[in-house]
Design a protein around this ligand. Structure first.
Ligand code: SF4
Length: 216
């Protein structure tokens, strides 16, 4: 269970320091806090065909297991991981971080000088007023509830959720980013995504630069 008698506990798969590889913050140093668990896949190989969204078929993230931390433990680890005292930045990711993240944790990290970003699949409405950066990456076949934020990061291609399917006037994002899907078709996906952005300049190409340069 995610709750303990002595206060809330957060179940976290891993915490590590790297560069943000994707999206509008690409290149920025950040601590990544990967919460355990997702609402679109169990994380078990035998359940790949059973996720409520199609992303369970191609997800390459390990969010199974993890360790329980109290708020104080978690914020202390995040602070210890970051190098330097300025431009502190932490990215809440998963799995699906909205299953666990709350405003108490965001405020505690603010008190330690961090800007706090979230990368969410958009299936859960964000009710955390103090977040500094919201990245939504919706998944085909899954409900898409959170339709505003700082960046929309669409993995491409996803049949049933192509950029041409979207009514951009009904969305409220500052950045529209197309990210080629990793895997055997990566080269073709990159070429197609690049072509789409050239033909539709409201969209920007984003690559997973951390993978290209060998970072986590
Ligand atoms: S929402 Fe993200 S972490 Fe969860 S199964 Fe889909 S791709 Fe993986």
């Amino acid at each position: 269970m995610f709750f303990q008698f002595m206060g809330r506990a957060y179940r976290v798969k891993e915490i590590f320091y790297s560069l943000q590889g994707e999206g509008a913050n690409a290149g920025r140093a950040a601590v990544f806090c990967r919460f355990a668990g997702c609402n679109l896949w169990t994380g078990r190989l035998e359940d790949r065909a059973r996720g409520p969204g199609s992303c369970s078929r191609w997800c390459d993230t390990d969010f199974l297991g993890g360790v329980n931390y109290t708020l104080d433990e978690l914020t202390a680890i995040v602070e210890r991981e970051f190098r330097g005292n300025c431009r502190r930045f932490v990215v809440m990711t998963g799995g699906e971080p909205m299953l666990q993240l709350d405003n108490d944790l965001v405020r505690a990290l603010h008190r330690r000088g961090f800007e706090v970003a979230i990368e969410t699949n958009g299936t859960i409405a964000i009710t955390i007023p103090d977040l500094d950066w919201i990245c939504v990456s919706p998944k085909a076949g899954a409900p898409w509830v959170q339709r505003s934020g700082d960046e929309l990061k669409l993995v491409y291609p996803q049949p049933g959720l192509m950029p041409s399917d979207l009514d951009l006037e009904q969305l409220n994002f500052r950045h529209l980013l197309l990210q080629p899907m990793d895997g055997l078709e990566l080269a073709a996906n990159r070429a197609e995504a690049a072509r789409y952005c050239m033909d539709n300049p409201r969209w920007r190409l984003t690559l997973q630069t951390h993978k290209i340069i060998g970072l986590r």
